[in-house]
Design a binder for this molecule. Structure first.
Ligand code: FA5
Ligand code: MG
Length: 361
């Protein structure tokens, strides 16, 4: 049971976030710097990790975080399974319990995370998160009631994260949105108003006591957050397409310098080339979009800019469903020829009819 395509396993070890002059590394360094400075005022040192292996036990990614056995996020439609015991982590929260268990009280974990997902300029099957956790030994005792302790933890969490946002973006407009995570209560998302829209930058909350207890820390209160580095970087550096982070083209890599947030100057945009594929869905086998997206990624790699559903209907007599997807190909580095894309699209069609039980039209 392994659903990790080769194109993805090749990404393991690229460690973009560990390169100090890559946009993701630059932002990671800024945030670590911010939390280290803040730690100097709170007196609790924060330990930073950016080298934890992305293949983790299923238990760490889900069970330790109280994610129920039947939760959708566990499905192989959404998650990459390495074998029957391990997954490619779907979030850096996978490390919360083990790090707490090691006795750490405040830490940051940055790493690559993996999710099967749609294809467009803000979604890529591997992206980067930074996790932050802090526990407060003795706080509960000094406050007397859990309710008061939780309020205090929530306040510290929000102060810490708003301070981080101000460090990165300046004094932007921001708002807290109530949300739900199985592993925190209460839970929040932080959004910032940037370029005329509200952008979700992170999820966070007060840690579920059961998680802390199982990690051997009893009734100690704590907070946790997880943020997406690409999302912050796309805004801060004005990088228009998430695929660019993986580019080895010097016109990309040479634009960035350790410690500096600069505006990305796009190099010329090459023309797109699109191909439509229409097919009938097998009534018994059904059809899952993510399986199709993965075939397209597997064949076209980073030449695929987006995949869009352009038509969908059910035949009135036979009751069969049909879908039509448009695959947009565009290189960020050169012009594509129609002939080379025809070869790729033919391969997509072959793999689809072999693997997805569809009838191509
Ligand atoms: C989580 O992954 C939680 N583990 C976060 C968390 C940690 C909550 C600790 C509470 C305590 P979510 O799936 O919403 O939550 O992702 C967190 C952040 O990652 C998002 O706010 C967003 O910035 C980023 N993110 C999520 N999905 C994508 C994606 N497909 N592409 C780019 N960034 C993404
Ligand atoms: Mg979210």
């Amino acid at each position: 049971m392994n659903n990790v395509p080769v194109t993805l396993s090749e990404k393991i070890g690229r460690d973009l976030h560990r390169n100090p002059s890559h946009p993701l590394g630059i932002i990671k360094d800024r945030i670590e710097g911010y939390f280290k400075e803040r730690a100097a005022t709170t007196g609790v040192a924060v330990e930073c990790f950016d080298n934890l292996f992305p293949v983790v036990p299923i238990v760490n990614n889900f069970d330790d975080l109280l994610i129920p056995p039947d939760h959708v996020s566990r499905s192989p439609i959404d998650t990459y399974y390495v074998d029957d015991k391990q997954v490619l982590r779907t979030h850096t929260s996978a490390h919360q319990s083990t790090m707490l268990g090691k006795g750490l009280e405040a830490f940051l974990v940055t790493g690559d995370v993996y999710r099967r997902d749609e294809i467009d300029r803000t979604h890529y099957p591997v992206f980067h998160q930074m996790e932050g956790v802090r526990i407060f030994p003795g706080l509960l005792e000094s406050r007397g009631s859990r309710e008061d302790g939780v309020k205090e933890v929530e306040k510290d969490l929000k102060e810490a994260l708003e301070g981080m946002v101000v460090t990165l973006f300046g004094d932007v407009e921001r708002r807290w949105v109530d949300t739900y995570f199985p592993f925190t209560d209460p839970s929040f998302e932080l959004e910032i108003f940037y370029n005329d829209e509200w952008l979700e930058v992170l999820g966070c909350g007060v840690m579920q006591q059961e998680i802390v207890r199982r990690a051997g820390k009893g009734e100690t209160l704590g907070w946790a957050f997880g943020l997406g580095l690409e999302r912050l970087a796309m805004v801060l550096f004005q990088i228009p397409d998430i695929r660019l982070f993986w580019s080895t083209d010097e016109r990309f890599t040479k634009q960035f310098e350790a410690g500096k947030i600069t505006t990305f100057a796009p190099f010329s945009k090459y023309p797109p080339c699109y191909k439509d594929v229409s097919f009938w869905i097998d009534k018994v086998a059904g059809f899952n979009n993510n399986d199709f997206f993965e075939i397209v990624r597997g064949v076209g790699g980073d030449l695929v800019e987006s995949v869009v559903l352009v038509d969908e209907f059910v035949h009135p007599k036979t009751g069969r469903a049909s879908k039509c997807f448009r695959v947009n190909y565009r290189s960020m580095e050169r012009s594509l020829t129609n002939e080379e894309i025809d070869v790729l699209q033919e391969e997509v069609r072959t793999q689809m009819s072999d693997a997805l039980k569809v009838e191509l039209r």
